[in-house]
Design a binder for this molecule. Structure first.
Ligand SMILES: CC(C)(COP(=O)(O)OP(=O)(O)OC[C@H]1O[C@@H](n2cnc3c(N)ncnc32)[C@H](O)[C@@H]1OP(=O)(O)O)[C@@H](O)C(=O)NCCC(=O)NCCS
Length: 204
């Protein structure tokens, strides 16, 4: 069952709606220098609102077709976007990859660790997968701490595997993974949440 909305005490993690465009634009515009080294999609300049709006229409369509679950991370009253995340099918069958970014002024509060812990649980609860992956540039020390703290295992370093902003200069990737059998007793299991379908019904 596809989770459309996930709530924790501090966060709402949900599929984007096109009307979130002003909140997403605001969060990214305020974070350009912070995101640029690590997120290949970071624009060089603030993007026009209409471009962000069109992207969110596309994200929403992909979500509804269960092609890619890209989500926004909101404050509980949804007045602010704190970051972005998702459960992505891009690493092949049987697995989902969690990606994440946190707005510059919302870092250092444990949000990335919390949302990655919650999405690990949601991934195993809502989808028939055996593996959750997180891929991190070894130079991204802050991000490396996230899977490490959640009990993921570092499996390998793949050379020149992460897309870069220029498109040509690929970056190395540390592959962190957790298998379904390792969730019980892991630090990730401690992150509580409630997930809802699109009709607002709580998912088991
Ligand atoms: C990496 C990122 C997601 C971390 O978000 P966050 O919400 O601040 O992360 P958390 O607060 O959950 O925890 C991060 C850990 O990094 C540590 N940390 C904070 N600043 C750090 C620094 N300058 N260097 C190394 N570690 C640092 C924190 O102490 C914490 O570890 P600890 O709890 O063991 O002390 C955020 O900085 C970000 O969005 N960066 C740009 C985009 C990006 O890199 N995305 C990830 C791509 S794989």
């Amino acid at each position: 069952m596809t989770p459309y909305r996930i709530e924790t005490e501090r966060l709402v993690v949900r599929c984007y709606d096109p009307e979130d465009a002003p909140l997403l634009k605001d969060a990214v515009d305020r974070s350009l220098d912070h995101l640029r080294p690590w997120m290949p999609w970071t624009p060089d300049q603030p993007e026009p609102l209409d471009d962000v709006y069109e992207r969110l229409r596309d994200f929403r369509a992909q979500y509804d077709r269960d092609e890619n679950h890209i989500m926004g991370v909101f404050a509980p009253d949804e007045s602010r976007l704190l970051g972005g995340t998702g459960l992505h099918p891009r690493q092949g069958e049987g697995g989902l990859e969690i990606g994440y970014w946190i707005a510059a002024d919302a870092t250092g509060r444990g949000y990335a660790t919390e949302l990655a812990g919650v999405l690990t649980r949601v991934g195993f609860a809502c989808f028939e997968i055996d593996r959750v992956e997180i891929r991190v540039d070894p130079a991204n020390e802050r991000s490396e701490r996230v899977p490490q703290k959640l009990g993921f295992t570092k499996e390998a370093t793949l050379r020149r595997r992460l897309p870069s902003k220029s498109g040509s200069d690929l970056r190395d990737a540390n592959i962190w993974a957790m298998f379904r059998s390792a969730l019980a007793g892991s630090p990730a299991e401690q992150y509580d949440y409630t997930a809802y379908d699109a009709l607002g019904r709580a998912l088991p």
